[in-house]
Design a protein around this ligand. Structure first.
Ligand code: FAD
Ligand code: NAP
Length: 476
């Protein structure tokens, strides 16, 4: 049962009245139940205004005709990684914002931006005020490599680099140094490919997107000509999908450069692969091994930029230049695979290889962080421990999205969410300490200003880059 369904079934019990509710509580299914009369309208609070938060709100509103949902979002602007993660050259993915907007404008949904749960209000306070609280606050941290040198200048997490080109206020000052010839992206997931593509895309492509103006200017001055996308396992274990690989393979102004030996034995293994994995691997083999057709040969001949996958390599150290402060190379352990298929494990051989570079972007995954000491958190898996979305040991508390599952899966996956609890007064009225929430109609002022600013330079929008600017427009 999904967490949303669980929540909806808990809600049914509430409206059946106190006796059913307390008997369920006695059975231990709900530790701390709240008694409701049939006239009480259930009120639910969702923490996080990203895909999981909006899909959860939508699901609840559709699932029950009397539920009221409040969405609390830390930033003054909604939509989470749809705004701050999805690549600027993937505008079609962002159309999902239209569905979220419909939900936000529903008569039984309210959006409150600029409310940092855990700081402005505790989860305990929310639990007192609502029938259910659903944590949908995503994964705002990143996995670190845990190798010497990873804090040298010129080494960035993909989370920060993506946040920078997408206008995340906390990454505004990143100013990545793009003055080198070679960049190494560590990890071979879709985020790694987004980063590689943005580094190598022709400016004419990017300037029609909603990439921020400072990022566009930095990329215009970039001297990066070569991007290696490094993975600890082999061609049959890459974490990216076929669409993203095809975009790399056909990126104007670039040509691929791979190591044919990395593909030894791959052709024989194709027959055992699942259909999507087989198609992905075939495209990779074609890109890496087959001589290009006439058109392709022309494109490759004119290409000024090169990219390629480097397989069977794990980072063991980031090496500094002679000044000791800036990255000059990455030391990679050479691996072999043990086992086969998706579950194959990388095992180090003892051999190492130093690859010179001036920019390193670590794209080995995002990570959820705890936001409130009162909420259970599993630091090893970096999720809120839950049973199908119901948070263990805390009645009335649920979770959905990346904080529930860990940081994998696309936006559509977020439809399967969950959570919930009681009082009908909006908690927002109880929040003092100067918190001044941004309503959805305030966000619409920001939205229309950004769109107008974009029109001037032929872009879908020019984003505001600081929280202060966003709040000033919201309050105008
Ligand atoms: P998020 O989108 O991170 O939303 C969480 C929200 O919670 C954020 O708005 C955050 O500000 C808010 N929040 C955090 N802390 C608090 C707090 N304390 N109080 C209140 N609010 C808080 N999927 C696709 O289908 N297509 C793509 O092209 C695609 N591109 C991607 C590119 C990148 C770089 C990344 C990282 C992911 C991409 N994905 C893509 C995956 C997709 O973005 C995720 O599946 C989805 O965003 C996860 O949703 P979420 O709501 O769990 O988290
Ligand atoms: P991901 O898909 O989990 O990929 C992480 C990559 O990092 C994998 O190649 C992984 O290799 C590697 N890695 C992990 N730990 C490592 C370590 N310690 N050392 C070396 N390599 C390590 O994560 P992601 O790229 O951040 O993407 C997150 C989710 O968002 C994914 O589900 C993705 O599909 C989605 N997304 C979708 C799109 C899109 O649809 N266009 C765009 C961006 C993101 P192993 O496989 O060996 O672990």
């Amino acid at each position: 049962m999904s967490a949303c369904k669980r929540l909806l079934s808990d809600m049914k019990l509430w409206s059946f009245g106190r006796s059913r509710w307390t008997s369920r509580a006695r059975d231990g299914m709900v530790v701390r139940g709240k008694a409701f009369s049939s006239s009480t309208c259930p009120k639910v609070c969702v923490v996080g205004g990203g895909p999981a938060g909006f899909y959860t709100a939508q699901h609840l509103i559709k699932g029950r005709q009397d539920v009221q949902v409040d969405v609390y979002e830390r930033l003054p602007v909604p939509f989470g990684l749809v705004r701050f993660g999805v690549a600027p050259d993937h505008p079609e993915v962002k159309n999902v914002i239209n569905t979220f907007t419909q939900t936000a404008k529903h008569s039984r949904c309210s959006f409150y931006g600029n409310v940092n749960v855990g700081q402005d209000v505790s989860v305990g306070e929310l639990l007192q005020a609502y029938h259910a609280v659903i944590l949908s606050y995503g994964a705002e941290g990143n996995r670190s490599m845990g190798v010497p040198g990873e804090h040298l200048a010129g080494v960035y997490s993909a989370k920060d680099f993506v946040g920078w080109y997408n206008g995340l206020p906390s990454c505004r000052e990143l100013n990545p140094d793009l003055s080198c010839d070679t960049a190494i992206v560590l990890g071979q997931g879709n985020v790694a490919l987004d980063v590689a593509r943005i580094l190598l895309s022709p400016l004419d492509f990017l300037k029609k997107t909603d990439i921020t103006q400072p990022a566009l200017e930095a990329l215009a001055a970039s001297r990066v000509r070569r991007v290696w996308i490094v993975g600890r396992r082999g061609p049959m274990q890459v974490a990216c999908t076929i669409k993203e690989l095809r975009e790399m393979a056909t990126l104007p102004g670039t040509r691929p450069e791979m190591t044919p030996a990395d593909f030894d034995g791959v052709r024989d293994a194709l027959k055992d692969l699942s259909r999507p994995r087989k198609r992905l691997t075939e495209l990779m083999m074609k890109t890496a091994l087959e001589p290009p057709g006439e058109k392709e040969r022309e494109r490759w001949g004119a290409a000024s930029r090169v990219w390629g996958f480097r397989f069977f390599r794990s980072p063991v150290e980031v090496l500094p230049d002679s000044g000791g402060k800036k990255v000059a190379a990455v030391r990679l352990a050479v691996n072999r695979l043990e086992g086969s298929g998706e579950a194959a494990q990388a095992v180090i051989t003892g051999e190492v290889e130093d690859v010179p570079c001036g920019l390193v972007i670590s794209s080995i995954g995002y990570k959820s962080l705890p936001i409130d000491p009162a909420v259970p958190f599993d630091p090893r898996r970096a999720v809120v421990p839950n049973s199908m979305g119901r948070v263990q040991q805390v009645s009335g508390l649920y979770c959905s999205g990346w904080v529930k599952t860990g940081p994998t899966g696309v936006i559509a996956t977020r439809r399967y969410s969950d959570s919930f609890d009681t009082k009908c007064d909006s908690l927002i009225e109880d929040i003092d300490s100067g918190v001044n929430p941004v309503a959805f109609s305030d966000w619409e002022k920001i939205d229309s200003l950004e769109v107008r600013r974009g029109e001037v330079c032929g872009k879908p929008r020019e984003k505001l880059l600081s929280v202060e600017e966003m709040l000033a427009v919201a309050r105008s």
